[in-house]
Write a protein that binds this ligand. Structure first.
Ligand code: IMP
Ligand code: MG
Length: 175
């Protein structure tokens, strides 16, 4: 394996967490239909593995947002690069993210989606780095709280690579 990457959360542990989160969702949304929106690209593995474990009728849609303006510093604004395909009015919506870091993306995206009048809207995130928070975000279904380390794998990238790693690893520049 790439020696810049060390395993933080192994695949088997992620699978157990997916089972646990799906069990909660299956209980909470029993008898309801669920409209899932995965935030591209980081959430792809999480959203696919999670929804495979759900037992209620599920609609799967995707959205691409960026929290950066022209420069590379967090602008506090988000740009919707790809909007959802399917209307969410009157639906029970679950947003699925890879990681909540500064919280800027979600604190902007959730109000924008609420304006579209879903019946309910909740957030699932595989990871959270609370020590980096700039904007408050309530995560309804959280996989893991992690320290302020840069992580890759299971959808998360460094310069667009490593998303396909089946585990979550800490990425460190070569010494
Ligand atoms: P924020 O919460 O608005 O700061 O943005 C979260 C987004 O930044 C995530 O959806 C990821 O795409 C990216 N991100 C934050 N921390 C990491 C990390 O440790 N590894 C890879 N991507 C990250
Ligand atoms: Mg993301």
């Amino acid at each position: 394996m790439d020696d810049r990457i060390s395993v933080l959360i192994p695949e088997e542990e992620i699978n157990a967490k997916l089972d646990e989160l799906a069990a909660r969702l299956n209980e909470d949304y029993k008898g309801k239909h669920l409209h899932v929106i995965g935030i591209l690209k980081g959430s792809v593995y999480f959203v696919c593995e999670l929804t495979k474990r759900l037992t209620m009728p599920v609609i799967l849609d995707f959205m691409t947002v960026s929290s950066y303006g022209d420069g590379m510093k967090t602008s506090g604004y988000i740009t919707v690069k790809k909007d959802t395909d399917i209307p969410i009015e009157g639906k029970h919506v679950l947003i699925v993210e890879d990681i909540i870091d500064s919280g800027v993306t979600m604190s902007r995206l959730l109000p924008l989606l609420k304006e579209r009048n879903p019946k309910s809207i909740r957030l699932a995130s595989l990871l959270s780095k609370p020590s980096r928070r700039m904007a408050e975000v309530d995560i309804d279904y959280l996989g893991y709280t992690i320290e302020d380390k840069f992580v890759v794998g299971f959808g998360l990238d460094y310069a667009q690579e490593y998303r396909n790693l089946p585990f979550i690893g800490v990425y460190e520049e070569a010494k």
